[in-house]
Design a binder for this molecule. Structure first.
Ligand code: EPU
Length: 438
């Protein structure tokens, strides 16, 4: 029963842990290596399942990947890229949405791509319409089939002007990975500008791309005929850092997150302070702690960067169950990211979800049938329970709830957490958490 963790909660998490490169950057930088004619070297790579999945997909396309897991160094050599077998791609892609980003690079390298049904977390519909529209605008022909999507570009890919209906992270990456080697100029309006995207632009520039980012969410790319490899150190995982910070707050603990970086976490740090948590930034990381006394309720809205990230929301909501008063959280990035609160209610928290846009601006999910606002009334002691992990961030939040609740909780489906949290069980041990496998 390796997939179940029995957590004996109710004790503060105290100690030090290290976060390495951001999952949501590393996987994209790995795909970017496909565009180069020479080998690339990526440092600060965490040992998580998403990296293994993308490694498998790259190897199927003839990329030689060497991963020094301990040192966190990936070497990717795309000299022999070749067409992969459809069934094999299917077998490898089950748990990831990254395959859709292979389109541009594969079209440039091979003239065609086959993308299977996509996985990823169950946090809403997660459509790929923006991605397909972008590829069509570059001149690709998209053919949807039962097993997936076949894409060809018999006339090559040509620069274009795109305005995104919403600043989607994945669609912005799709455009970047396609435009850098497309013929001519590309302009993207309403682009996502998350730090992970800026670091992808750093990588592409190192490879030889010409990309400029304007202040008003406009990105311009001048296509080039060839790209080389890159050497790069991945930016830190700000979602993982904030997850451990929320765990420290919920359990009334004190956690030093080595590797955490302030500039990418401004919105989180402001909120953490408003709730009553304390932090101290130094050159190597950030210490997060609960100073004692009561936590304060807040009104919070998730948003695209530079706003409060949707991925920070779920861990923080667990800490908000321990704050005094009514907190309001309006989720504006995904229509269905409060499913994880069912388990928290089962543990004794008072959380109600609403279809209305509460506490802030109307968002695109208002007047529709989506429970995308939550009101959390606290403080409520949490009771131990049997929990099933729903998705990556929701799963980590359940783990925090189990660590906060007195008594022994069972958390099932913990393999999902390995997708994005490196060595989380070793880190829990380092922080003094009590848990076993049965
Ligand atoms: N959307 C569309 N059509 C599309 C693409 C997106 O309607 O073609 C919508 C989505 O349904 C969603 C919104 O646009 O409502 C934003 O989605 P976005 O494309 O920005 O998300 P993503 O690229 O699929 C990445 C991260 C997510 C993170 C979001 C937002 C990766 C692999 N995933 O997803 O991370 O929540 O950006 O920052 O980079 C996670 O790490 O657990 C995770 C879910």
């Amino acid at each position: 029963m390796d997939d179940v963790l029995y957590v004996n909660g109710g004790n503060p998490l105290n100690g030090q842990i290290t976060v390495r490169g951001a999952k949501n950057f590393v996987s994209k930088a790995m795909v970017a290596a496909l565009l180069g004619e020479g080998p690339s070297v990526l440092r600060n790579v965490p040992q998580i399942r998403d990296v293994a999945v993308v490694t498998g997909l790259l190897e199927l396309h003839g990329v030689t990947v060497h991963h020094d897991a301990e040192g966190g160094v990936l070497t990717l050599d795309p000299s022999n890229v070749e067409s992969a077998h459809v069934a094999d791609i299917d077998a490898h892609a089950g748990s990831s949405r990254i395959p859709i980003l292979f389109c541009g690079p594969l079209l440039h390298r091979l003239g065609e791509a086959f993308i299977p049904d996509l996985g990823g977390c169950r946090i809403g519909d997660r459509p790929i319409n923006y991605h397909l529209d972008i590829l069509r605008q570059f001149g690709a022909e998209v053919d949807k089939r039962a097993q997936g999507i076949h894409i060809r570009a018999p006339q090559g890919l040509h620069g274009t002007k795109v305005t995104l209906p919403y600043p989607s992270v994945g669609a912005t990456e799709q455009l970047l990975l396609t435009a850098v080697r497309a013929e001519g100029l590309t302009e993207l309006r309403n682009a996502a500008i998350e730090p992970e995207i800026m670091d992808l632009i750093n990588v592409l520039q190192k490879m030889g791309a010409i990309i400029s980012v304007d202040t008003d969410r406009v990105i311009r790319i001048e296509g080039v005929a060839r790209l080389g490899g890159y050497r790069h150190t991945a930016l830190a995982d700000r979602i993982e850092a904030a997850s451990w910070a929320s765990a420290a707050l919920a359990t009334r603990g004190d956690v030093y997150v080595r590797g955490a970086s302030q500039p990418e976490m401004t919105a989180f740090l402001n909120t953490f302070r408003k709730v009553g948590g304390e932090f101290d930034v130094d050159d190597d990381g950030i210490r997060f702690w609960h100073p004692g006394g009561d936590l304060s309720s807040i009104v919070l809205e998730t948003d695209v960067h530079p706003g409060f990230m949707t991925d920070w929301q779920q861990p923080l909501v667990v800490a908000l169950t321990q704050a005094t008063g009514l907190s309001i959280v309006h989720e504006t990035v995904y229509e269905n990211r409060f499913g994880f609160t069912d388990a928290l209610r089962g543990m004794g928290s008072t959380i109600q979800v609403y279809r209305e846009c509460l506490g802030g601006h109307p968002c695109r999910f208002g007047q529709r049938n989506f429970y995308h606002s939550a009101v959390i009334s606290g403080p409520t002691p949490l009771a131990a329970a049997d929990i099933e992990v729903p998705d990556l961030r929701g799963g980590f939040s359940h783990l925090i709830a189990a660590l906060t609740a007195k008594g022994t909780s069972s958390v099932r489906g913990i393999q999902l957490i390995d997708r994005g949290y490196e060595h989380f069980q070793e880190k829990l041990t380092a922080l003094g958490a009590e848990f076993s496998h049965g």
